[in-house]
Ligand binder design. Sequence first.
Ligand code: MGD
Ligand code: MGD
Ligand code: SF4
Ligand code: MO
Length: 689
Amino acid sequence: MKTVIEHGNMKTLCRQCEMHCGLNIDVSKGEIEKISGFALNPQNKGRICPKGPAAKELVYNSDRLLKPLKKQPDGSFSEIEYEKAMDEIAEKMIDIKKEYGARSMSVWTGEAIGFLQQADYARRFIHAFGSPNYFSADSVCFVSRYIVSQLVQGFYNPVPDFADAKLILLWGINPGVTHLPYMISIEAGLKKGAKLIVIDPRRTSAAKRADVFVPIYPGTDGALAWGLAQYLIKTGNYAGEFIEKHSVGFDRFSRYAKRFTPKFVETQTGIPEKTVVEIGEMIVRHAPEVIHSPGISLEHHVNGVNNLRALACLSGLTGSIDIRGGEVWPKEFVMNKLPVYDKIPLLDLSPIGADRFPVLYQFRKECHSLTAMDYMLGKGEYPLRGLIFTGANPMLTNPNSKKVKDAFSGLDLLVSRDLFMTKSAELADYVIPAASFLERSELYLYAHLQRVALSCKVIDAPETTDEYTFWHDLANRLGFSEKYFPWKNETEVNRWLLEPTGISLETLQKHPEGVSYGSFEFEKYQHRPFPTQTGKYEFASKYLKERGYPEVPEYIPPSFMTEDRSTFPFVLITGARKSFYYHSRYRNIKRFRKAIPEAEIEIHPQDAQKLQIDDKERIRVISTQGSIEIRTKIVKSGDILPGFLQVTHGWDDANINLLTDDNEVDPISGFPNMKAVMVRIEKTEHGID
Ligand SMILES: Nc1nc2c(c(=O)[nH]1)N[C@H]1C(S)=C(S)[C@@H](COP(=O)(O)OP(=O)(O)OC[C@H]3O[C@@H](n4cnc5c(=O)[nH]c(N)nc54)[C@H](O)[C@@H]3O)O[C@H]1N2
Ligand SMILES: Nc1nc2c(c(=O)[nH]1)N[C@H]1C(S)=C(S)[C@@H](COP(=O)(O)OP(=O)(O)OC[C@H]3O[C@@H](n4cnc5c(=O)[nH]c(N)nc54)[C@H](O)[C@@H]3O)O[C@H]1N2
Ligand code: SF4
Ligand SMILES: [Mo]
């Protein structure tokens, strides 16, 4: 494993999260010496989060897998040559195809390889093989928001212009920890005088900087959004001209809004009536330069889509669409496309979950990962017998881990591509060492900056394969590489992707800070229709109504507010992010592990006192699905609402997804409830050890 240059400096993009900050890499004697932020990349302007420099500890980690592994009959792993492993994987795929049909094979991409080019190789591969079954972490990640934006305004990625906003509302998102470049833009807005409102059951780092911090019961954001809509409509403070000319469904929307008086909103959200009015007044004062930015937490509820729709409609009410300081539609940068879905639709092969969640399938062309488990367990319309997963650790990240284990364990073929041995990889028949982001080169679009950039290969790691090479090598053995994976390597793919754009690979190689592909124009809807079904901004959705869902985003209270609580008196939020950890990753970075050595359950001091629980005591948390033991962290009063608990996911030995339920899902998106899980707590014999 040597850097591609012996000495000197290289610039690239970080892909340890979706933000793709610019990195500056100092190299000495064929090794990375130091990683810092690249000041000329406008995405991060030289700043990076703690994971930026930790990339060095990631790629040179002593746990790194550098040889393919094959599971032996006794359950242990032995090393195997790459070519032989690939021959055997291809043979097993052919067997599965012969016995059950191609659709019984599937692929799954995780967050680590991203949502664009790297994931698209896998999509292309499985469709070319003849199976519609492409799964990914996206269907527990951002896809609900993607569906909502498409439904309401027709674009999946309107970008927030934080720097020019006058009022920013963060709904269950903590960008200082999770999206550093967003925080940089928010800070630019705050410097110019913007006000900040943070809506969260926990006092996060963002909440500490807010003008108004609004603690809210999880899963009730829809009620607050409706309450604000009611306030704006009742006081006549809405963008009448925009609504009249460019929207549909406002009459039905405003009729439904009526019941959400500040008093009613208080009963649902726990937010005092007067705070609801105060937020309403602030919106009126600053409209239309108002941005509502939701995080993952609004999606992880069974009423997620409709809560998000209600929220999305607030931007239409204030006319904050496609304006400076509002939500802007970026120009499209049209590259060649890797997915071949349009050429090989495969709909007649019953993609898994397409019948159960047709909206998810229609908007995303991807299958429902939770339903996949049932098909693997023989409870589907047809058997799912094989899976290749890459950059994912579903054993710790999908809900109901016990079911994931049972499902994965019974497959005829399970292949993991990863940098490390993980809880999921342990179940695999083959584990193939994957190239890290510093060992490949890919294109990235900064939509909010309208720039395109290219990451470069910093390290040559012949012990590993990059995503393209892996899928190419497998396609080659299965006889479809010439047709579908004809490029020699990733550089050639990048050249092909850029062909229609007028920007060459060489230009991007010369400009590691990226290249602009257009300036912003605003209010484009004045001269072209919204790309929705009706050509208008949709306060009510005929599309959803036709599929049996409510036309306006009706609010349904989360189950903990309506069900009997005697067995499970606490409500558990899972997955609030920590700076040092990324889902299940980085537990093997020693200095991070020293800072946070093990999983913790955040608990309010009042609740701890009531249960006579000490700080750092090992307790048991129990849900309808299972239980885990975990150490307490008694937080300050005000840091979490009493009656609510929080556990960050991704820990091997205190896996919170043993408690989440894969059947408690949003009926539109199929997203699981991960943010309002009913639980109880019991003391253990361990106490404080
Ligand atoms: N360091 C780090 N960064 C990451 C990740 C990581 O694992 N680590 N993961 C990346 C990924 S894939 C994603 S999807 C993003 C997620 O990014 P964010 O959406 O910013 O995720 P969180 O940090 O979990 O922040 C969510 C906040 O929502 C609050 N919350 C929970 N339930 C509710 C609710 O019902 N309503 C409201 N209003 N708030 C609620 C939680 O208390 C928490 O503070 O982060 C990305 N960035
Ligand atoms: N309870 C609960 N569960 C959650 C969430 C929550 O909030 N609460 N959040 C959900 C969300 S939003 C998401 S996005 C998912 C994420 O779910 P996953 O994508 O399954 O999560 P990771 O743990 O990040 O798994 C990534 C794996 O990829 C490996 N890897 C790292 N770099 C590379 C690379 O370059 N190539 C390859 N091939 N592998 C690599 C890592 O070692 C790691 O094992 O988790 C979800 N799960
Ligand atoms: S925020 Fe951190 S992990 Fe994400 S791209 Fe930037 S430096 Fe990398
Ligand atoms: Mo995510």
